[in-house]
Design a protein around this ligand. Structure first.
Ligand code: 6PG
Length: 482
């Protein structure tokens, strides 16, 4: 991002605990034809003294204490009107806490989610800044220069909302990202292990999926094609060498997966596509435990091969798989938007959902053309959508697509269950759809059990008989042993 700023005509003062890192960056700038824009400083005092007014300080750090230490260190060199732009995957509550602390000094703090990984950081990432309006107004021209550009040329950055809204939306972006990665990985496993397809053939399937239809330009599918095709110097597929562990350093730079799921639960928003993806990730990290459990169960979970009676049957199955992946990706979006909606209302951030759609069109990891256009139409100011609801399960265009994928999802999950395929995010999505639209849930019995042992009361189906408890409309029955 330093090089990206320099390339956009900004003089950047740099400070890093590692002097070598800064030297390497300056050398790299020279090699890329960016001269005289970067200067190195050894400490915060000199760094801040080198800046004009207002001072604008960007950083991207591991969340939590590291960020706190840096802010503490900078604090005494900052003046009224200066702006900190925190581009880390910081926890939104930390962002709000720092905003609250710095406001006394008149210093602004923008929590700016940045997506797209290190390559997009250089080329132009998707940026979601949140914080004080006055600071956002000052920063937007620069953000717009830096951000990725959508195909219509507009930058993928917008003022997200007040407080920690920017970091909140980025956190949910990551939750959605993990739901999407899980179902694409599940599809890869089905093709590779259960259908016996070679990496190169799977690459072709992913390339086709990402070139047309509902998954067109879905970044994670697109890079999936490249991952499957990539070979090392000795001609071996690199993917074959990758261990199945997705470790997360909860005390370090990672946390968004955990926080997004914690948020879903505490705000009472069902987000099973996101959470099952996260559980898969947690379990994956503990390979030793998996080995032990596998031995204990004597191979009960061994994957078996899918058999097809004809090529056309196999092709139809792959089409089902494509739609199951699409439905799961869409479900991840639907669930993520619902979490943001509830948090937005609770925190009064005044998020314009049209802006979220804008910043997720390019540069970011979850970019997916078809989903983007569905959401853009729903959240467009001139939308004639009957509900314009942030619960996207009320939106006809979303429902139509989820209906389209439902039978495929069912066939994939059914086959997967039968043959021991690991399909957590797809099966969770299927169940979520089923229970979200069901008026006869098994919770009828659940509620009776609660009333039996805990006198929890229940809503009677026959309120005309008059509730026992007039205030709540609930009743209790004195259940007895037979
Ligand atoms: C992005 C990514 C990025 C993050 C990955 C992995 O949008 O560019 O989300 O911010 O590095 O999601 O993060 P975790 O390992 O914390 O899940």
């Amino acid at each position: 991002m330093t090089l990206l700023m320099a390339e956009n005509g900004i003089s950047v003062s740099i400070q890093d605990p590692s002097s070598e890192t800064v030297d390497a960056l300056i050398k790299s700038a020279d090699e890329q034809g960016i001269h005289g824009k970067l200067s190195k400083y050894e400490n915060y005092k000199d760094l801040c003294a080198s800046l004009g007014s207002p001072k604008v300080i960007f950083f991207s750090l591991p969340h939590g204490t590291v960020g706190d230490t840096v802010v503490e260190g900078l604090y005494k060199y900052l003046d009224k009107g200066d702006i900190i732009v925190d581009c880390s995957n910081e926890e939104w509550e930390n962002t709000q806490r720092r905003q609250g602390k710095l406001v006394a000094q008149g210093v602004y703090y923008i929590g700016c989610g940045v997506s797209g990984g290190y390559q997009a950081a250089r080329r132009g990432p998707s940026m979601c800044p949140g914080g004080q309006e006055a600071a956002l107004d000052i920063m937007m021209p620069l953000f717009k220069k830096m951000a990725a550009k959508a195909t219509d040329g507009t930058p993928c950055v917008a003022k997200i909302g007040m407080g920690g809204a920017g970091h909140y939306v980025k956190m949910i972006h990551n939750g959605i990202e993990h739901g999407m990665m899980s179902c694409i990985s599940e599809a890869w496993e089905i093709m590779h292990k259960h259908m016996g397809m070679e990496h190169d053939d799977i690459s072709k399937v992913f390339a086709k999926w990402s070139s047309e239809g509902e998954l067109k330009n879905t970044f994670l599918v697109k890079i999936g094609a490249e991952i499957c095709a990539q070979k090392d110097k000795s001609g071996h597929h690199v993917l074959g060498d990758v261990q199945d562990k997705v470790v997360q350093d909860i005390d370090g730079s990672e946390g968004t997966g955990i926080w997004s799921n914690t948020q879903a639960t505490s705000l009472h928003v069902p987000a099973p596509t996101l959470s099952t993806a996260h559980y898969l990730r947690i379990v994956s990290a503990f390979r030793g435990q998996r080995k032990h459990v596998a031995e204990t169960f004597h191979g009960s979970f061994l994957p078996s091969k899918f058999t097809f009676s004809s090529t056309s049957e196999q092709e139809a199955f792959i089409e089902d798989l494509r739609l199951a992946v699409y439905s799961t990706c869409l479900a991840a979006y639907v669930q993520g938007i619902s979490i943001i909606d509830v948090a937005d209302k609770q925190n009064r951030w005044c998020i314009d959902f049209g802006n979220i759609v804008k910043i997720w069109r390019a540069g970011c990891i979850i970019q997916a053309d078809h989903i983007s256009s569905l959401l853009a139409a729903i959240f467009h100011p001139s939308s004639t959508s009957p509900h314009k609801n942030h619960n996207l399960l009320f939106e006809p265009a979303i429902v139509a697509d989820l209906k389209l994928g439902f039978e495929s999802l069912k066939r994939i999950v059914a086959k997967g269950v039968q043959e021991n395929a690991v399909v957590p995010s797809m099966s969770a999505t299927l169940e979520w759809l089923k229970y979200s639209g069901n008026l006869e849930l098994p919770t009828q019995f659940y509620e009776a059990e609660l009333d039996y042992f805990g006198k929890h009361m229940y809503d009677s189906k026959h309120l005309d008989k008059g509730p026992d408890h007039p205030e709540t409309g609930k009743r209790h029955f004195e259940w007895k042993p037979a």
